[in-house]
Design a protein around this ligand. Structure first.
Ligand SMILES: Nc1ncnc2c1ncn2[C@@H]1O[C@H](COP(=O)(O)OP(=O)(O)O)[C@@H](O)[C@H]1O
Ligand SMILES: [Mg+2]
Length: 394
C-alpha cells in the first residue's frame, strides 16, 4: 500500500475507533441491524441488556437475541411499517446481568421503564438496515413517582395538622368549663355529688391527654426548621440534666454523665436537640419506674473517628424484640398515658441533623439509645475563623 493510502487508512481506523468509543460511552442501548434484520453492531449498553457480547450475536437475527420479548415485538412492528418513536414500555434486563439498560442496576425495581425508538438506515435511497434505540427512563419515572408520593404525604400532613389545630380550640373551651364545673362541685352538697366529682376528674384527665396528643402530633408533623450553629453537645446535655434534676431526684434516679472533654463541634439546633434529649430521658424515666431496683440513667458523649456519639441509657424494663421495630412509628405506645409520638419527634430531630439512631435493648435489663452524628458534614464550616493568610474557599 502506498504510504499516503496507508496513512489515510490509519486515520479512518482511528476515527472509527473514536466513534465506536463514543457510542459505547452512551448510556442508552443501541442495536444496529443490517438489511436482512441481522445484528450488525451493538454498543456496550446493548450488550449489557442482552447479557452477551456483540461477538456472540453478530450476524444473528435480532429475534434470536435473549432480550426482553417486548423489544422483539416492537422491532417486528417497526419492520411491519409502524413508526416507533419514544414508545414507552417496561423491559426487564437480561437475568444474567440483572442490570438496567445502562447498567446502574435496579434491584428494587427490576422491570425498567424504557423509551424505544426505531430508525431506518438508508444510503442514497438504498435501505441499509435499521437502528433500535433503548433509553432507560426508570430512574426518571421513579423520581417522578417518589415526588408525587412525597407531595401527597405532605398535603395530607398539612390537612391533618389543620384538623388537629381545629381540635385545640374547642378542647380549650371544654377544659375551661370542666374546671368551672369542678369548682361548683367543690361547694355543692347534694346526693351523688362525690360521684360527679370523680366523673369530672376523669373527663379533665382525658382532656389533658387529648391536648397532649394534639400538641405532640402538631410537633411531629410540622416541618422542622432547624437553625443549626456550631455547638458542642456537652453543654446542651448539661443544661437538660440540670433542668430535669428535680424530677429525676424525686424518682430516686441516679444520673451518671460521661461527657467527652475533647468533643468536636457539630452543627446543632440547640432547642431541637434539647427537646429530643428530654424526650429520651422521659422515656428512660418511665421505663425505670416499676422495675423494683434503683434507676440509673447514663448520658454520654464520645468522639469516635468521623462521628460524634450521643448515648442515653437506662436500666429500665427494656424492650421486647417485637417492639424494637415499632417504637418509631407514630402512635405506637405501651404506656397508659403515652401518645406514641415522642420517638417520632426524636427521630425527626436527629435525622434533620444527619444523625443516625441505633438502639440496643435487653428486656428486663435496660435500653441504650445512641445517636451517631457525622463529622464530615459539619467539619468544613466549623473553623471559628480562618487563619489570616488563607483565602476562603468557595
Ligand atoms: N427507654 C425505653 N425503655 C423501654 N421502652 C421504651 C423506651 N423508650 C421508648 N420505649 C417504648 O417505645 C414506646 C414509644 O415511645 P414514645 O414514642 O416516646 O411514646 P410514649 O412515650 O408516648 O409511649 C413506648 O411506649 C415504650 O414502649
Ligand atoms: Mg415518650
Amino acid at each position: 500500500m502506498p504510504a499516503r493510502a496507508k496513512e489515510v487508512f490509519q486515520e479512518v481506523q482511528q476515527e472509527k475507533k473514536y466513534f465506536l468509543q463514543l457510542l459505547d460511552a452512551v448510556e442508552d442501548a443501541l442495536f444496529s441491524m443490517d438489511h436482512d434484520g441481522k445484528v450488525a453492531w451493538m454498543n456496550k449498553a446493548a450488550e449489557r441488556l442482552a447479557g452477551e457480547s456483540l461477538r456472540k450475536f453478530h450476524g444473528k437475527p435480532f429475534a434470536e437475541l435473549p432480550v426482553d420479548g417486548h423489544l422483539k415485538e416492537i422491532w417486528k412492528r417497526f419492520l411491519g411499517g409502524e413508526r416507533i418513536r419514544n414508545l414507552e414500555t417496561c423491559i426487564t434486563p437480561h437475568p444474567a446481568v440483572g442490570k438496567a439498560v445502562h447498567g446502574t442496576g435496579l434491584p428494587e425495581a427490576p422491570p425498567c421503564a424504557a423509551l424505544i425508538s426505531c430508525f431506518t438506515l438508508a444510503d442514497g435511497g438504498r435501505l441499509q438496515g435499521g437502528l433500535l434505540f433503548v433509553q432507560d427512563v426508570s430512574e426518571v419515572r421513579r423520581h417522578a413517582r417518589d415526588r408525587l408520593q412525597k407531595d401527597s404525604v405532605h398535603a395530607l400532613a398539612g390537612l391533618t395538622a389543620s384538623l388537629a389545630h381545629e381540635i385545640k380550640n374547642p378542647l380549650g373551651a371544654i377544659d375551661l368549663h370542666i374546671q368551672l364545673l369542678q369548682r361548683l362541685l367543690k361547694n355543692a352538697h347534694f346526693p351523688g355529688h362525690g360521684e360527679m366529682d370523680e366523673m369530672a376528674r376523669v373527663i379533665s384527665e382525658e382532656i389533658h391527654r387529648l391536648d397532649r396528643i394534639v400538641n405532640e402530633f402538631l410537633t411531629s408533623v410540622r416541618p422542622i426548621r432547624a437553625r443549626r450553629k456550631p455547638e458542642s453537645l456537652n453543654p446542651i446535655l448539661e443544661e437538660v440534666l440540670r433542668l430535669m434534676a428535680p424530677e429525676l431526684e424525686a424518682r430516686k434516679v441516679r444520673v451518671v454523665a460521661d461527657l467527652a472533654p475533647d468533643l468536636p463541634l457539630l452543627l446543632l439546633d440547640r432547642d431541637l436537640i434539647k427537646q429530643a434529649v428530654i424526650n429520651l430521658i422521659k422515656n428512660a424515666q418511665a421505663a425505670m419506674e416499676n422495675t423494683g431496683r434503683p434507676g440509673l440513667l447514663k448520658v454520654g458523649t464520645r468522639h469516635a473517628g468521623e462521628t460524634v456519639l450521643l448515648s442515653v441509657a437506662d436500666n429500665g424494663e427494656g424492650l421486647p424484640a417485637e417492639n424494637l421495630a415499632k417504637i418509631f412509628e407514630p402512635f405506637f405506645t405501651t404506656r397508659e398515658m403515652g401518645t406514641g409520638l415522642g420517638l417520632t419527634i426524636v427521630h425527626r430531630i436527629f435525622t434533620e441533623h444527619g444523625g443516625e439512631l441505633v438502639l440496643q435493648s435487653e428486656p428486663g435489663q435496660g435500653t441504650d439509645f445512641r445517636v451517631e452524628f457525622p463529622l464530615h458534614e459539619a467539619a468544613p464550616r466549623l473553623l471559628a475563623s480562618p487563619p489570616p493568610d488563607r483565602t476562603p474557599r468557595g
